[in-house]
Ligand binder design. Sequence first.
Ligand code: GUN
Length: 283
Amino acid sequence: MSQLLDGKLVSGKLLDRLAAEISGMPQPPILAVILVGEDPASQVYVGNKKRACARVGIVSREHLLPENAGQSALLALINQLNADENVHGILCQMPLPRGFDYDEQALCRAISPAKDVDVFHPENVGKLMLGEPDLLPCTPGGVLELLDDAGIDLAGKHVVVIGRSNIVGKPMAMLALQRNATVTICHSRTKNLPSITRQADVLVAAVGRLHFVTADMVKDGAVVVDVGINRLEGRKVRGDVDFDAVAPKCSWITPVPGGVGPMTIAILMKNTLAAAKLQKEST
Ligand code: GUN
């Protein structure tokens, strides 16, 4: 039977460490959170981020824009926050509303690299590729923290990542490679996916499809990390992994909820503190 990679527990330990450090600072870090439109799921995520800020002593400032605000209003707000010395971190909750006409690349470049706590700016993505990041992207960074807490070393392991998004799949693969794993990235055009996932010592599912990973896709004793957040009716969420069927085969597995989700938010807090310290050092 598997052991749980408990994101609630591990994120709580990290948040406690951050709170202790922030309580000794003359001024708390400030995080600006931009939410465009009224998507209920995004409102929940932003609410969770605000609660985490309150827990560790980071000041969160919410900036709400109507869904028809337009890209120029969004960029004007970002420029204003870039110029505000009191703001240390800026994030724009994604995805933007359907129908919001914007250039994703322009948006990723708009937030100043020093305040880019999501690690979306090409300069920060480039530093990550070179193995010299200032900050780790929140979700992949959270996965590493969970694995580290359980003493799971990636060196020499075969890590299979399902999903090639810029936010999760690609940076997750790069960080695993930097930990000396052998890495395979799979995606929607991968042929004979189960034959590849069955080779994984560590399987990371970031597909966005409910219960996509079934027991026949997992090797006995594998570590399974579920990044999926799929909403059922009401407020229930479930992952990309069919947990009940897969868990008995694993050595370690993350639950959903309570696995990677809380880790993502904890790393956002860690990044906001780190960004504030780096900005202080550079003045
Ligand atoms: N939407 C889903 N995940 C994320 C994230 O990590 N950052 C931002 N800004 N939006 C998201």
